[in-house]
Ligand binder design. Structure first.
Ligand SMILES: C[S@@+](CC[C@H](N)C(=O)[O-])C[C@H]1O[C@@H](n2cnc3c(N)ncnc32)[C@H](O)[C@@H]1O
Length: 297
């Protein structure tokens, strides 16, 4: 392996060696992640840990070096927002939750929840729809650092107040204080928005889901996966949906070509999908066969 961090470029074979060792040693599977994104992440870790050569990185991984262990979290991109894409939350309230509101209980999974902003956005939507009391939410991630932040529900108030505009696009009268208690520079999520949530480590690449859900969010997580890995994860998510459940992906999540064997589009513009099941109705329109899932009342 070659020297000099500035010109450090991991070739495909080196990436495979490193990710395979990480998988065997630490149980975290990055082998199907986008190579470009992994290269950037390893360069970031080397910079942070002041490593100059690839050999140093390899030694740290093999030696289970503490600074490397702390950096595993840096292999993922944790950027998230409160009320990201305001029209999604409006559709959830006015359409999706209207379909689910008569159920005895509602199960929601945020797969790749990062530091929790998306989870707490949904909590406010559920509360506004008077459904929070019968909702159980699972919020998972592979980044233990992000999960700890999500669970604590404490953020910088400056950061959180940046999202007030997004909240108000969804709910014009809404204020950050509806969701957070603000004290000095700290915004702490109000207790009533937390009690229905279980935060848990879960790796979408290697772990299957133990329950079924009415709504699964997996937004901006698969951006870093290659197509075969995306397909595996999509099948896993589809299998975790209840009948007529909804899968919500990110705006920039591009599905691999054959994802349509598992999913059908429910709302094209905001990336809401349903599982493709046997109960699909085919309707002929303009000499084309269009598929619809049978939606029960
Ligand atoms: C860009 S954030 C998206 C957060 C949130 N869903 C949103 O859209 O605002 C991506 C998250 O996916 C998590 N992630 C990446 N690979 C994962 C995997 N294999 N299993 C579970 N989570 C993963 C990352 O740790 C990160 O927190």
């Amino acid at each position: 392996m070659i020297a000099d961090k500035k010109y450090c470029f991991f070739n495909d074979e080196e990436l495979l060696v490193i990710t395979s060792i990480i998988k065997n040693r630490y149980g975290i599977d990055f082998t199907g992640y986008e190579k470009k994104s992994l290269r950037r992440s390893f360069a970031r870790i080397m910079g942070k840990c002041r490593m100059d050569t690839k050999k140093q990185l390899l030694d740290a991984i093999l030696g289970e070096d503490r600074s490397f262990l702390n950096s595993i979290n840096d292999l993922t991109v944790n950027r998230t927002e409160l009320f990201r894409n305001p029209e999604l939350w409006e559709t959830l309230e006015q359409d999706i939750l209207q379909r689910l509101k008569f159920k005895q209980d509602i199960n929601v999974w945020h797969a790749g929840c990062s530091s929790g902003e998306e989870v707490y956005s949904m909590a406010l939507v559920l509360e506004k729809s008077n459904l929070l009391h019968k909702t159980k939410t699972l919020a998972t991630d592979i980044s233990t650092k992000a999960l700890a932040r999500a669970k604590a529900g404490k953020y910088s108030s400056t950061l959180i107040s940046r999202y007030e505009k997004s909240l108000q696009k969804y709910q014009p009268q809404g204020q950050i204080e509806d969701l957070f208690h603000i004290d000095n520079h700290l915004a702490t999520i109000r207790d009533q928005y937390k009690s229905h949530i279980e935060f848990k480590y879960h790796n979408l690449v290697s772990d299957s889901a133990q329950e079924k859900f009415d709504i699964i969010f997996c937004r901006n997580v698969m951006l870093y996966f290659d197509d075969p890995l995306k397909l595996t994860v999509i099948e896993r998510l589809k299998n975790a949906l209840k009948d007529n459940g909804f899968l919500i992906l990110g705006y920039y999540d591009v599905l691999p070509e054959n994802a349509d064997q598992h999913l059908i589009q429910y709302n094209n513009s905001i990336q809401i999908f349903q599982a493709k099941t046997d109960s699909v109705i085919e309707v002929e329109m303009d000499n084309r066969l269009i598929e619809f899932n049978k939606i029960s009342a």
